[in-house]
Design a protein around this ligand. Structure first.
Ligand code: ADP
Ligand code: MG
Length: 398
């Protein structure tokens, strides 16, 4: 990686402003899933262990520049203290004299959590004055918030213009694993794209088609491709306005000699319901009152075969309505096949990750991306402002 990382920083006695992604789901004051807090612990522990004075900043929810008490990071402070096994200071603000005083009191190896940075209007506007105020709190900047790296905000981009700026361990892993897979994959390289809509993922498909050997399409978006090929799909979810896009992508695959696989059979039902009676049909057998809710068994077999003979696999989007057990077989079969791949396996996308976790297979993947929107933009081949803003590798202070 050509960017500075925490390893390149000498941090003893230094004030280090660390942007983390503590945007956790809350029910009242209870954190219902602390994955994101745990994901930032290695970077925080490393800095504290090396005698840094750590200042943590994050957003939570969408307070739109107002102080919204239900989106305070207060509840995160308690959980973070438990995970770190040490007290975490908190003053309920993110800039101003109280924050400065709290930082002045920090000793080497101590940590302060700032309040939700989106309580300030300038955060999402990437206001340069606000960015300067944040930068003035610290000597060094570390960004470990991959999930927010696709946004150019004051604490993800602006601040990096004023301090030596390094990637945290989580950020480093995200960009190196996904970056290596995209730039220099072991082949065969297979991408599996599913989920509800083609329109959400056109750019991902376009970009991956240039890089992969095989592209497998499933889920609701496969319906639009099948319709573009002339099949009738009854009441299935189809994006009629995306038929031309689907045709263009099919043509792109053909022109470049890539294998683009579509379902050859489907699981259909008359209602979008967990207990709806369902059946398997070939592509010509979908009745007008039926909808396709999963890939069928022959498709599962073909996709499993394509995956199991691959050395690099990227998966984004479930193969069916996996939230309902009756329509989760396609997604589970793909999850199992990806788990058994010997090479590099990367999962991005909130629902695909949920499906893999539900199947108990998360631990068998090389990398599960923590950033939904950010990993999608990465797979689209776009540059992420939070990554671009980091200092070049030779800009360390060691
Ligand atoms: P991810 O979060 O992994 O990127 P998406 O958000 O794009 O995935 O899509 C996930 C959603 O797509 C799920 O809620 C799933 O139920 C839905 N879905 C998958 N297949 C179908 C289908 N055949 N018909 C309707 N919805 C589908
Ligand atoms: Mg989703």
């Amino acid at each position: 990686m050509d960017k500075l990382t925490v390893r390149d920083l000498c941090v003893k006695g230094k004030r280090v402003f660390v942007r983390v992604d503590f945007n956790v789901p809350l029910s009242g004051e209870a954190i219902t899933d602390d994955t994101r807090i745990r994901a930032a612990i290695p970077t925080i522990q490393d800095l504290l262990g090396r005698g840094a004075r750590v200042i943590l900043a994050s957003h939570l929810g969408r307070p739109k520049g107002e102080v919204v008490p239900s989106m305070s990071l207060g509840p995160v402070r308690a959980r973070l203290s438990e995970l770190l096994g040490k007290d975490v200071a908190f003053v309920g603000e993110s800039i101003g004299p109280n924050v400065e005083a709290a930082i002045a009191k920090l000793e080497d190896g101590q940590v302060l959590l700032l309040e939700n940075v989106r309580f300030h209007k300038g955060e999402e506007k990437n206001d340069i004055e606000l960015a300067k105020q944040f930068a003035a709190l610290a000597d060094l900047y570390v960004n470990d918030a991959f999930g927010a790296a696709h946004r150019a905000h004051a604490t993800t981009e602006g601040i990096a213009r004023f301090l030596p700026a390094a990637a945290g361990f989580l950020m480093e892993k995200e960009i190196s694993v996904m970056g290596d897979a995209l730039s220099d994959p072991k082949r065969p390289f297979t991408a599996i794209i599913g989920g509800a809509k083609v329109s959400d993922k056109i750019k991902v498909i376009e970009n991956l088609l240039e890089k992969v050997d095989r592209l497998l399409i499933g889920g609701g978006m496969a319906n639009t491709f099948l319709m573009a090929e002339g099949y009738e799909l009854g009441k299935s979810l189809v994006e009629a306005d995306q038929l031309d896009t689907a045709r263009k992508l099919l043509q792109q695959a053909e022109d470049s000699g890539k294998a683009l696989l579509l379902p050859v059979d489907l699981v259909v039902a008359e209602q979008f319901a967990a207990d709806a009676p369902n059946r398997v049909t070939d592509l010509r057998g979908v009745k007008p009152q039926e909808m396709a809710l999963d890939i069928g068994p022959e498709t599962r077999r073909q996709y499993t075969e394509a995956i199991s003979t691959s050395q690099t696999v990227i998966w984004n989007g479930p193969m069916g309505v996996f939230e309902m057990d009756a329509f989760a077989h396609g997604t589970n079969a793909v999850a199992q096949a990806v788990a058994e791949v010997k090479g590099t396996t990367i999962i991005g996308g909130g629902d695909s990750v949920a499906a893999i976790e539900k199947a108990g297979l998360a631990y068998r993947m090389t990398h599960i991306s923590t950033g939904g929107g950010a990993s999608l933009e990465f797979l689209e081949g776009r540059k992420l402002p939070g990554v671009e803003a980091l200092s070049p590798k030779d800009g360390g202070n060691r």
